[in-house]
Design a protein around this ligand. Structure first.
Ligand code: 13P
Length: 247
């Protein structure tokens, strides 16, 4: 059985005060056991070190983005800096990075390679737009994105896939359990054919897009949904309810 994985992507949100409050909510959730489920939160760069220091040790901290190397990259943070403060996770290829910062499949894949080579676990995101879904291109788009990652991944133990349909992100329009399960099953089948049986069986595939405390339970019942990557609801105590769906 695959260990459930729950990511909280805080995106560009938070103040010192709100971040402290959120860490307290997580630290106080005594009935959530980080040895039974993987819990990983991704604060902004400016809050990373603070959260890494103050968060309970059975939960983990992730970067939202990074560049491959240190040097003349104004405004960026490098993978070695993430390692240096003791982080083990990084989100890669989020649809907001793709749409707002023009990250291509190749850029995202290179980041996965760099993260995994550095010993981090990459939370590698994929997902179709509404237009692509309406044109029946969901499978084509998500497997193209997955292929780009697969081309560079050697150690699949260091990769979690996050399927986040763009039309469901921040819209309140959650995919139905059937819609999400169908894509997850197709992705796993693709891994079976194109990577290996073993990888298909062990890689966690998360769903992301308007996950809330009151829809998490039905989604996680689906066979190929191994957890969530949560945006808005990860900024509130509702995240604890989502975590409990995996216990
Ligand atoms: P929402 O949960 O706010 O829809 O965001 C999902 C997401 O983009 C997580 O990475």
């Amino acid at each position: 059985a695959r260990k459930p994985f729950f990511g909280g992507n805080w995106k560009c949100n938070g103040t010192q005060e709100s971040v402290d409050k959120l860490v307290k909510i997580l630290n106080d959730a005594k009935d959530v056991d980080g040895s039974k489920i993987d819990v990983v939160v991704a604060p902004t760069l400016i809050h990373l070190a603070k959260v890494h220091e103050s968060l309970r040790k059975d939960f983990h901290v992730s970067a939202q983005n990074f560049v491959a190397e240190s040097g003349a990259y104004t405004g960026e943070v490098s993978v070695s800096m993430l390692k240096d403060i003791g982080l083990h996770y990084a989100i890669v290829g989020h649809s907001e990075r793709r749409s707002l910062y023009h990250e291509t499949d190749e850029v995202a894949a290179h980041k996965v390679k760099v993260a995994v080579d550095a010993g981090l676990t990459a939370i590698a995101c994929i997902g179709e737009t509404l237009q692509e879904r309406e044109e029946n291109k969901t499978n084509e788009v998500t497997t193209r994105q997955l292929q780009a990652y697969a081309n560079v991944i050697k150690d699949w133990d260091k990769v979690v896939i996050a399927y986040e349909p763009v039309w469901a992100i921040g819209t309140g329009k959650v995919a139905t359990p059937q819609q999400a399960q169908q894509v997850h099953a197709d992705l796993r089948e693709w891994l079976r054919k194109n990577v290996s049986e073993e990888v298909a069986d062990k890689v966690r595939i998360l769903y992301g897009g308007s996950v809330k405390g009151d829809n998490a339970e039905v989604l996680i019942k689906e066979k190929d949904i191994d957890g969530f990557l949560v945006g808005g609801a990860s900024l509130t105590a509702d995240f604890i309810k989502i975590l409990k769906s995996g216990l």
